[in-house]
Design a protein around this ligand. Structure first.
Ligand SMILES: O=C(O)CCC(=O)C(=O)O
Ligand SMILES: [Fe+2]
Length: 261
C-alpha cells in the first residue's frame, strides 16, 4: 500500500467507518482457511438463536494453528501499521459467521458495547472488526451492507432498532420491517475472496439473505486499541474525550446515548 492509499483508508475509516483492502490473503492461505472453516463447521452444531448470523463458531488462536496464523498474518499487520492502526491488537479469537444456502439476512445493528464511555464520540476508531470473506460476496449471496458515517452520527434507524444480538435482535421475526429494511444511504460492500474489510464497531451494518446454493463464509476478528489519542491524530479532540476519566468504570451498554449526536 502506498502512503497515499494508506492515508485514504484511514480517512475513510474516520469519515465513513469502514474500508476495504484487497488481496490480503494468498490463494494458498485462503484455501487453507476454507478447508479449516469447513472442518470446524462440520464439527459444530449451530445454536438456534444465531440463525441471522449463521454458524457462529468461536475459535481461539491458541487452540488452532490456522487461526493463529490469520491473527498474526503479516500483510494484515502491515496494512494496519501503514494506516496508523498498528496499536490495534486482536482479541485472541475469531468467529466464523456464515450465510448458508438460503439463509436469512442479518439484521441492522452496531457492535460497540461502551456507549456510556466518552470514547464513544472519538472521531477515530477504538474497536474494529477485521472481516475476511472466504468467497466473493454480492447482494445475491449475502454481502455486507453498511450506512457510512453512522459510527459518529445518529440517524432515524438508531432509535428504531432492536438492540443487537443477545440483547434482542436474535429473537426478531424474519419479516421485521425495520431490522431487515433497506435504507436510502446504505452501501453494499461487495468484495473479492481474500480481501479484508475493516469497520468501526459503531457503524450500522447488516447483510443480505443468501439466495444461492453455496455457503458464504466470513472469519471475523475483533481488534481494539488503548484508551488513548492515536499518534496520527492532530485535529481537535472532542471535549468529553479530552476530559475522560480513565478510572470512572463506565458501565457497558450497547445502546447509543448522549455521545452519539
Ligand atoms: O455476516 C456479516 O457479513 C457480518 C456479521 C456481523 O456483523 C455480525 O455477526 O455481527
Ligand atoms: Fe456486526
Amino acid at each position: 500500500m502506498t502512503p497515499e492509499v494508506a492515508l485514504e483508508k484511514r480517512k475513510q475509516m474516520i469519515e465513513d467507518g469502514f474500508c476495504v483492502i484487497d488481496d490480503i490473503l494468498t490463494e494458498e492461505f485462503l484455501q487453507e482457511l476454507r478447508d479449516e472453516s469447513e472442518r470446524l463447521i462440520a464439527g459444530h452444531v449451530q445454536p438456534d438463536d444465531v440463525i441471522y448470523q449463521g454458524q457462529h463458531v468461536n475459535v481461539r488462536g491458541e487452540d488452532n494453528a490456522y487461526i493463529q496464523k490469520l491473527l498474526a498474518w503479516q500483510p494484515s499487520r502491515d496494512a494496519l501499521e501503514q494506516i496508523g492502526f498498528g496499536d490495534f491488537t486482536a482479541s485472541g479469537g475469531i468467529i466464523i459467521l456464515t450465510k448458508d444456502p438460503g439463509a436469512p439476512a442479518l439484521y441492522w445493528h452496531q457492535d460497540w458495547m461502551r456507549w456510556n464511555d466518552p470514547l464513544s464520540c472519538a472521531p477515530w476508531p477504538q474497536t474494529i472488526f477485521l472481516n475476511y470473506y472466504l468467497s466473493d460476496t454480492t447482494p445475491e449471496n449475502g454481502c455486507l451492507k453498511v450506512i457510512p458515517g453512522t459510527h459518529r452520527r445518529r440517524i432515524d434507524l438508531h432509535d428504531r432498532l432492536v438492540p443487537a444480538h443477545e440483547q434482542g435482535a436474535r429473537f426478531v421475526e424474519e419479516d421485521h420491517p425495520v431490522m431487515f429494511s433497506d435504507h436510502p444511504h446504505q452501501v453494499d460492500v461487495c468484495v473479492k475472496a481474500g480481501s479484508l474489510v475493516l469497520a468501526d464497531a459503531r457503524i450500522l451494518h447488516s447483510a443480505y439473505k443468501n439466495h444461492t446454493d453455496v455457503r458464504r463464509t466470513l472469519i471475523l476478528a475483533w481488534h481494539s486499541r488503548p484508551n488513548t489519542v492515536p499518534d496520527y491524530w492532530d485535529e481537535v479532540i472532542p471535549e468529553p474525550v479530552a476530559n475522560r476519566d480513565e478510572n470512572a468504570g463506565y458501565v457497558g451498554s450497547r445502546i447509543p446515548g448522549k455521545y452519539l449526536k
